[in-house]
Design a protein around this ligand. Structure first.
Ligand SMILES: Cc1cc2nc3c(=O)[nH]c(=O)nc-3n(C[C@H](O)[C@H](O)[C@H](O)COP(=O)(O)OP(=O)(O)OC[C@H]3O[C@@H](n4cnc5c(N)ncnc54)[C@H](O)[C@@H]3O)c2cc1C
Ligand SMILES: *[C@@H]1O[C@H](CO)[C@@H](O)[C@H](O)[C@H]1NC(C)=O
Ligand SMILES: *[C@@H]1O[C@H](CO)[C@@H](O)[C@H](O)[C@H]1NC(C)=O
Ligand SMILES: *[C@@H]1O[C@H](CO)[C@@H](O)[C@H](O)[C@H]1NC(C)=O
Ligand SMILES: *[C@@H]1O[C@H](CO)[C@@H](O)[C@H](O)[C@H]1NC(C)=O
Ligand SMILES: *[C@@H]1O[C@H](CO)[C@@H](O)[C@H](O)[C@H]1NC(C)=O
Length: 483
């Protein structure tokens, strides 16, 4: 029996890979050298463009590096007609989970060869090709007097961040990064190249504002700009024993009625199993060149080990070095303000991680980010995230990074156990919010359902309308709408 099952699976794999190779051959005939294979330098370049080992260790049958939206359109016409041809859409590869932007034995469409940026309409609109990274955008706009809302780390891709929402330094003033998209140029599953904006394909326009990779391959984003000069940055590091005071100062800020819309804050905890040491830090940005912003006075007043201030440009600040490839996981929860519960969360986390020593070590990082002001109160139809009924609070991103792929299942289980303890504890105290930020969610979470029933059903109906054959549901990985 076991033998028969194995033979059956092997047979199915053979059929799938035969189909992928005929799909790849057709793509190569039509698109020539934009298609590469495992023996090629271009293929390797794409594989080294992933941030996690879980993604870079998958092996697509071929990689397409399109140069134009028409290339993407030609490719999807071919792919959608090949019944078994699975594919992936890749930006800058920062989503850590396996299969979200790469695919074993299928076609990976690597958008990074399309990365131009240009200003239009009296500098009010920036047109950004979907394969750019945020640093490309900030550097292009640097010196023009205008900027756009996007990733805080410049290595993150425009493509993935915007289809999942997007937290920027400007979120509490301008809302989610996707709120500022005024037009999407997108190739639908059947290869049609369309625009989606307020006047045309309006339902698709809204669905793309948080609905993930479920509606097509976005080839260009047109983003509303705003004036920006230099920004003020403050990095503070504290001894872990100060956490109670830091959590209090953080919690004091979680109030939309008096939140300073120019403030951007991430407070983070870090633990290394190899040294068994905790660190605690705040990265506070003020989006005007004010040297000591009053909003951060309490955070700066907590006794600290170091405090570094600077006045700089967005492009300079976002220019961070990337980490070497490691295994990574993300998971998220959204909570209401409570300094006491943050202490409880720390204890729950410490309980798990202090007795967890997988071979090769693991680093845990917890980022705490305010969910206030324009993130909650965006204009109607700004996005599909369903935050109209959410309350002031904060988003938690827990991440783990580790070198040894043999311990993946153990690390994933430890992360699930911490996350579910946090959820259960918060729920019991009335502190749990339903929202799960898609770009921070674990594959086992359901961020699209967390937008609420109406939004989820809306997304599913838009998917039926623009992808009647449900190609993007059946053949592309990521957070899906089909149940
Ligand atoms: C170091 C680091 C810093 C981060 N900082 C921030 C931050 O400041 N703010 C924030 O909100 N998030 C942040 N994130 C999370 C980030 O938004 C997500 O990881 C996002 O998915 C990355 O996009 P990408 O294009 O680099 O990734 P990819 O892995 O290439 O893509 C992610 C997903 O988007 C889909 N996708 C990509 N391009 C397209 C396209 N053109 N059309 C359709 N679908 C597409 C892919 O199929 C995939 O499912 C950060 C992540 C990391 C690792
Ligand atoms: C691509 O990478 C593989 C595996 O790392 C290596 O064996 C191969 O030589 C590389 N090919 C090229 C053309 O660089
Ligand atoms: C700073 O702390 C004081 C005293 O704890 C509190 O009253 C005040 O609201 C805090 N300020 C901010 C901006 O959070
Ligand atoms: C401070 O900002 C200046 C101007 O952008 C920059 O050159 C310098 O590297 C920054 N210093 C630090 C410590 O980040
Ligand atoms: C974390 O837990 C360990 C083991 O119980 C304990 O020794 C340590 O003091 C805790 N760390 C902190 C910062 O509370
Ligand atoms: C592709 O799908 C769209 C949306 O369903 C549809 O309007 C269009 O006619 C289709 N194009 C072709 C060539 O079938």
């Amino acid at each position: 029996m076991l033998f028969l099952q194995t033979a059956y699976v092997a047979g199915a794999l053979l059929v799938a890979s035969a189909s992928a190779s005929s799909c790849c051959n057709r793509l190569e005939k039509r698109l020539g050298s934009s298609v590469s294979f495992p023996k090629d330098v271009d293929y390797n370049a794409t594989m080294s463009g992933y941030w996690s080992i879980q993604e870079s260790s998958l092996q697509p049958a071929c990689v397409l590096q399109p140069r134009t939206a028409r290339d993407v359109s030609k490719a999807l016409k071919i792919i959608s007609k090949h019944g078994n041809c699975h594919f992936a859409i890749k930006g800058h590869g920062h989503a850590p989970a396996a299969g979200f932007a790469n695919v074993d034995g299928g076609v990976t469409i690597d958008m990074t060869s399309m990365s131009s940026v240009s200003l239009h309409e009296g500098q009010s609109i920036a047109r950004v090709e979907a394969g750019a990274k945020w640093l490309d955008v900030y550097q292009h706009l640097d010196g023009s007097g205008v900027q756009v809302a996007g990733g805080r780390n410049g290595n993150v891709g425009v493509g993935g961040l915007l289809v999942g929402g997007g937290i920027s330094h400007f979120t509490t003033k301008h809302g989610w990064a996707c709120d500022a998209v005024v037009n999407y140029e997108v190739v639908l599953a059947n290869g049609s190249l369309v625009n989606a904006n307020k006047r045309c394909n309006r339902d698709l326009f809204l669905a793309l504002k948080g609905g993930g990779n479920n509606f097509g391959v976005v080839t260009r984003y047109d983003l509303a700009t705003f004036p920006l000069g230099d920004i003020s940055t403050t990095s503070i590091s504290y001894d872990i024993s100060q956490r109670g005071k830091v959590f209090q100062a953080f919690t004091d800020l979680l109030d939309s009625s008096r939140y300073d819309p120019l403030a951007s804050l991430v407070t983070s905890l870090l633990y290394r199993s190899t040294s068994k040491a905790w660190t605690l830090a705040s990265s506070a940005v003020y989006t005007k060149p004010v040297s000591e912003p009053a909003v951060f006075a309490n955070l700066s007043a907590v006794p600290h080990e170091s405090l570094v201030r600077n006045i700089t440009s967005l492009a300079t600040f976002a220019d961070e070095s990337d980490t070497p490839p490691l295994n990574w996981l993300f998971a998220t929860v959204t909570l209401k303000p409570s300094a006491q519960y943050m202490q409880d969360m720390f204890d729950m986390l410490n309980n798990t991680v202090s007795s967890f020593n997988p071979e090769g070590g693991v680093t845990w990082s917890v980022a705490l980010e305010p969910l206030v002001a324009a993130m909650l109160k965006s204009p109607k139809d700004a996005n599909v995230l369903g935050l109209e009924t959410a309350q002031d609070g904060f988003i938690v991103l827990i991440s783990a990074l580790w070198p040894n792929s043999a311990v993946n299942a153990e690390v994933e289980a430890a992360a699930r156990s911490v996350t579910s303890a946090w959820e259960t504890g918060a729920d019991a105290k009335g502190l749990l919010q339903g929202f799960q930020y898609l770009n921070y969610a674990a594959p086992s979470q359901e961020p699209l359902r967390s937008y609420g029933k109406d939004n989820f059903e809306f997304l599913a109906s838009v998917s039926q309308k623009y992808d009647h054959a449900q190609v993007l549901q059946k053949r592309v990985g990521g957070f899906k709408l089909s149940s």
